[in-house]
Design a protein around this ligand. Structure first.
Ligand code: GLP
Length: 263
C-alpha cells in the first residue's frame, strides 16, 4: 500500500488530480481508459482541478469511460442529493469532451434494483474491468456504501445504510437522518479491489480512525476499507489531519518513502 500524505485537503486533491490526469494521458491502449468515481465532499477538489486541466487542454476525457461507485435508492436524477445530480453538477457538466454515453451511474430508480446491479457489474466487465477506481471513505471505513460487515468479496448490490451513516449523511438532508434513504446501490468491495489500481482519498480529523484501520488494523469486514491491504496497487492520498491516529513510526515511514529518503 502506498500512502501519500499531503499538508492539507487542497494539496491532497491536487496530487490526486495530477495522478489521475497522468494515468489518462499515458493510457496508450486501443480501448478506453476506465475510471471509477465517488461522490461526497472528499473528491470535490479533485473534480475542480480535473475540470481546470480539461478546459486548459491538459487532459482529455474523450477516451474515458466512467463508473460511479454508488447511488441512493429512490432519489430521482434531478434530486439535488442524488449522486447522479452531484456528478453532473460537480464534474460532467463542466468537462469539454466527456461523451454522455461513456458515463455510468447505478440507477437508483430502477424498477428491479437487483437486476440493475447485475447489469452494472456486467457492463464493467464488458470494458475489461476498471483501470483506476478513485474512492472516498466513510467515518466507519465504508468504501462506496459497503458498510461494516459487508463481505470483502461482495459485488455490486443493494446495501442497507447503518444508522451511523444516515446520521453522518444527514448534513445533506437538512440534518434529518429520517430523510436519508435507507438503501443504496453500491459496487462491491470485490468490484473495487478487482480494479487495476485503487486511489482512496482520506481527509480530515473525523477520518483518522478509518485511516488507521485501513493501514494498521487487521483485515476485517468490520472495516471494509481494510480489504485494500490485499490490493497490490492501492494508494491512499490523505492529509495531515487524517493522520492523527497513525502511530508516529507509521506516519514517518510513509512520509520518508514519498520524500525519497528510504529508497
Ligand atoms: C458516502 C458515500 C461514500 C463516500 C462517503 C464519504 O457515504 N457513499 O462513497 O466515500 O460518503 O463522504 P465524504 O467524502 O463526504 O466524507
Amino acid at each position: 500500500m502506498r500512502i501519500v500524505i499531503q499538508d492539507n485537503y487542497d494539496k491532497m486533491c491536487l496530487w490526486a488530480a495530477n495522478y489521475i490526469a497522468d494515468k489518462i494521458n499515458s493510457h496508450k491502449e486501443d480501448r478506453p481508459f476506465v475510471l471509477g468515481l465517488p461522490t461526497g465532499s472528499s473528491p470535490v477538489g479533485v473534480y475542480k482541478e480535473l475540470i481546470r486541466k480539461n478546459k486548459a487542454g491538459e487532459v482529455s476525457f474523450a477516451n474515458v469511460v466512467t463508473f460511479n461507485m454508488d447511488e441512493y435508492v429512490g432519489l430521482p436524477h434531478d434530486h439535488e442529493q442524488s449522486y447522479w445530480y452531484f456528478m453532473y453538477d460537480n464534474l460532467f457538466n463542466h468537462l469539454v469532451d466527456m461523451k454522455p454515453e461513456n458515463i455510468n451511474i447505478p440507477d437508483g430508480m430502477a424498477e428491479d434494483p437487483e437486476a440493475e446491479c447485475a447489469r452494472y457489474e456486467e457492463k464493467i466487465a464488458s470494458y475489461g474491468g476498471i483501470d483506476l477506481f478513485m474512492g472516498g471513505i466513510g467515518v466507519d471505513g465504508h468504501l462506496a456504501f459497503n458498510e461494516p460487515y459487508t463481505s470483502l468479496s461482495s459485488r455490486t448490490g443493494v446495501r442497507a445504510l447503518t444508522t451511523d451513516t444516515k446520521i453522518v449523511n444527514s448534513r445533506f438532508f437538512g440534518n434529518d437522518p429520517g430523510k436519508v434513504p435507507s438503501t443504496a446501490l453500491s459496487v462491491g468491495i470485490g468490484t473495487v479491489t478487482d480494479s487495476r489500481e485503487v486511489l482512496i482519498l482520506i481527509s480530515g480529523h473525523n477520518k483518522a480512525r478509518a485511516l488507521a484501520a485501513t493501514v494498521e488494523g487487521g483485515i476485517s469486514q468490520k472495516w471494509t476499507c481494510s480489504a485494500l491491504q490485499m490490493h497490490n496497487g492501492a494508494i491512499i492520498a490523505c492529509d495531515e489531519e487524517a493522520c492523527g491516529e497513525l502511530t508516529v513510526d507509521t506516519y514517518k515511514y510513509f512520509l520518508d518513502i514519498e520524500r525519497g529518503e528510504r529508497l
